[in-house]
Design a protein around this ligand. Structure first.
Ligand code: ASP
Length: 324
């Protein structure tokens, strides 16, 4: 019988709707109390680590989850399920993907409807996540996100809808598998990338989104001695309005590594255009073009790379190996 560790961290999956229709936190997690399922085929160990709405989750919290999983790995656990608020679930998932060895299945899940709402998806998603974490087929797949019968990679999944239960999608590539009655079914393989060991996590890695008419104001505002790095969600294939460039140059001059992704939902940032502010010029300025990650994931990757002590060319290579 496989032993699966369920780490509960909070989010809608552990909340309920009150008599006024407001979704509120519970002191006792209704999901953790459920006797899950799978006909006694799984030995489920429960750790109610946190009870946080996911906008309250920080990289320091992610580090604590990382430490807890490492401890469980040393104790010979077969798989891990983490319940988490959906707002920042993709960031925690990717942080763990980048910082844990790819040895046992680690699956994150959550819910869009709280535990006592009609059509609540929490318990179902929790059961699906346990099925996936316990499946032999789930080894070597990196950290996974299971919601609404789909299996996504932590690297590319993103929350796409504010309330719909089918909110988690993998633009450009699609889910790598689906959950059926019999278990986990995979249809794609993930390209292996580097994971790093962290003993601390840094602050002050920022994320800015470009827009028509943007100037240097926001870039200058974050140009502080404490700033460690910046991710820009650029326009289209990876371009910026020309008025931003002097302030971007000032950040570069101060040694702040800047990663460029696209604000587009699909596709990758590339150095295609050679006009003022075009991707070719941005690359020449020293921006690191990161393929395939959205802004919040690129920020996690930059944060992890910097926290692991990577600088210069080593950092560029770490950020760039999202798609080999
Ligand atoms: N706001 C909630 C959270 O992330 C949303 C959810 O869990 O679905 O904590």
């Amino acid at each position: 019988m496989k032993t699966i560790l369920a780490i509960h961290t909070g989010g809608t999956i552990s909340m309920s709707q009150n008599e006024n229709g407001e979704v509120v936190q519970n002191s006792d997690n209704p999901i953790a109390e459920q006797q899950v399922i799978l006909n006694g085929k799984i030995n489920l160990v429960t750790d109610e680590m946190f009870n946080l709405p996911s906008p309250h989750v920080t990289p320091a919290v992610m580090m604590k989850i990382n430490d807890r999983i490492k401890q469980a790995m040393n104790e010979g656990i077969d798989g891990v399920v983490i319940t988490h608020g959906t707002d920042t679930l993709e960031e925690t998932a990717y942080f763990l993907d980048l910082t844990l060895p790819n040895t046992i299945p680690i699956v994150l899940t959550g819910a869009m409807r709280s535990s006592n709402e009609i059509g609540s998806d929490g318990l179902y998603n929790f059961q699906s996540a346990i099925k996936v974490a316990a499946a032999d087929e789930s080894y070597g797949k990196g950290v996974l996100v299971v919601m609404n019968d789909e299996i996504h990679t932590a690297r590319y999944v993103t929350k796409t809808h504010t309330t719909n239960v089918a909110t988690f999608r993998t633009p450009t590539f699609g889910p790598i598998g689906i959950v059926t009655h019999s278990g986990a079914n995979y249809f794609q393989e993930l390209i292996e990338t580097e994971a790093v060991e962290l003993d601390k996590v840094l602050d002050n890695v920022f994320l800015l989104k470009a827009y028509a008419g943007m100037d240097g104001t926001l870039f200058d505002a974050i140009n502080q001695p404490t700033t460690r790095g910046l991710v820009i969600e650029g326009l289209g294939a990876g371009n910026l309005p020309p008025e931003t460039l002097p302030a971007v140059q000032r950040l570069i001059d101060n040694g702040v590594p800047i990663v460029l992704v696209s604000r587009c939902y699909n596709g990758v940032a590339q150095d295609i255009y050679d006009y003022e502010g075009g991707g070719i010029q941005l690359k020449r300025l020293g921006l690191i073009l990161c393929k395939g990650l959205n802004g919040q994931k690129a920020r996690i990757k930059l944060l992890v790379g910097l926290s692991a002590g990577k600088r210069g060319q080593e950092l560029v290579e770490f950020v760039n190996n999202a798609v080999s």
